[in-house]
Each structure stands twice: as structure tokens, then as C-alpha cells.
Write a protein that binds this ligand. Structure first.
Ligand code: FES
Length: 194
């Protein structure tokens, strides 16, 4: 009888370890919940910093407005003796002009086709300007003789400085528009006597 009582007592006592797993499981669940919360907190902080960073970048962007920096329309091309006779392309890339020099005169041609504004090519072997867009052609002085260009290429304002160099202003142009009765190519600032 006492043996049976002992057996029953030991069988009744065996579930004790299961009773102690309850708090351990609760601890793991709490850790998992805590790590999930930490992840959420990190994500919220990352979003917040990202939002603030983008706004700060946009704030800085106001100090750098989208401005087109174009070359100054006024520039100095140096001395007349710097150029040989004919057409000089030294300022074509930087200022979009050709310097045209002859014995006794010098003028500056604005390198813009008077049809639709393309930049013609100087053809040194043929001594003409040829516009690649629609085929207009100009003689060595920029006078149109073929294609749809309605008038010669314009000339830029020029003036001799006290030091003997030549100042150009591309914003002031001289036109030759025969059909409109405009002939400005003989203006003292359209051509220099050298
Ligand atoms: S733009 Fe030069 S011919 Fe048309």
C-alpha cells in the first residue's frame, strides 16, 4: 500500500518542470516583442531622419538657383595684328563669332544663320560659309547668295580701345536687310579701319 502511495506521489509530482516553463516562455515572448518594438522604433526614426534630410537638402537647394551662365556678350579680341587676313575662327567656340580681316578693315560676324539660327560652317577651300541645316550659303563677308537665308549674317558692335585692342559687344548687332531698306554695315562700330 505504501509502495502504491509512493508511485502515485511520484507520478503526481512529475509535471513540475512543465509548470516552471511558463515564466520562461513569457520571458521569450517579451524579448521578441521588445525586439519587434525596437525594429519599429528604428524604422520610424529612419523615416523621420530621411524626411528631415530631404527637407534640409531642399532648403539648401534654394541657395543654388537654376541659372544659365552664358558668356558675357562683351569681350576683347586683342590687337588687329593678332589676326591674319581672311576669316579667323578663334572666337567661334567661346563667343560664336568670326573675325574677318582685310587689308585696311576688320569686322566681326555673328555666326548665326539668318534663316533659322544654325551655326554655319566656314569652308576655307571654297571661301564660303555653308549652313548645314538647310543649305544657305554666304560669301567670305557673310553675304548670303544661296539657300533660304533672307539676309547677310549680322555684324557685332566693335570699338578700338585706348590700348589698341578691339572690344566687341555681341548684344549690339548691325543688320543688312535690303528688302526693308536697312543697311547698317557701314556704321563706324560695324567695321573698323585699321
Ligand atoms: S538655319 Fe541655316 S539654312 Fe536654315
Amino acid at each position: 500500500m505504501s509502495e502504491d502511495v509512493k508511485k502515485n506521489a511520484s507520478q503526481t509530482a512529475s509535471p513540475q518542470p512543465a509548470a516552471s516553463a511558463g515564466p520562461a516562455k513569457t520571458g521569450n515572448a517579451q524579448e521578441r516583442a521588445e525586439s519587434i518594438n525596437q525594429g519599429r522604433r528604428k524604422m520610424v526614426l529612419a523615416c523621420l531622419w530621411g524626411y528631415l534630410g530631404v527637407n534640409f537638402f531642399m532648403f539648401l537647394r534654394y541657395f543654388f538657383p537654376r541659372t544659365l551662365f552664358q558668356p558675357n556678350t562683351q569681350f576683347n579680341i586683342g590687337y588687329p595684328s593678332d589676326f591674319s587676313y581672311g576669316v579667323n575662327q578663334q572666337f567661334l567656340q567661346s563667343n560664336r563669332v568670326w573675325v574677318r580681316k582685310d587689308p585696311g578693315s576688320l569686322f566681326v560676324i555673328h555666326a548665326k544663320c539668318t534663316h533659322l539660327g544654325c551655326t554655319p560652317d566656314w569652308e576655307p577651300t571654297q571661301h564660303i560659309f555653308h549652313c548645314p541645316c538647310h543649305g544657305s550659303e554666304y560669301d567670305i563677308n557673310g553675304i548670303n547668295f544661296a539657300g533660304p537665308a533672307p539676309r547677310p549674317m549680322d555684324r557685332c558692335w566693335i570699338a578700338m580701345q585706348a590700348d589698341g585692342t578691339i572690344q566687341v559687344d555681341k548684344a549690339r548687332l548691325f543688320l543688312d536687310e535690303p528688302y526693308a531698306g536697312i543697311d547698317q554695315f557701314n556704321d563706324p562700330h560695324a567695321i573698323l579701319s585699321i
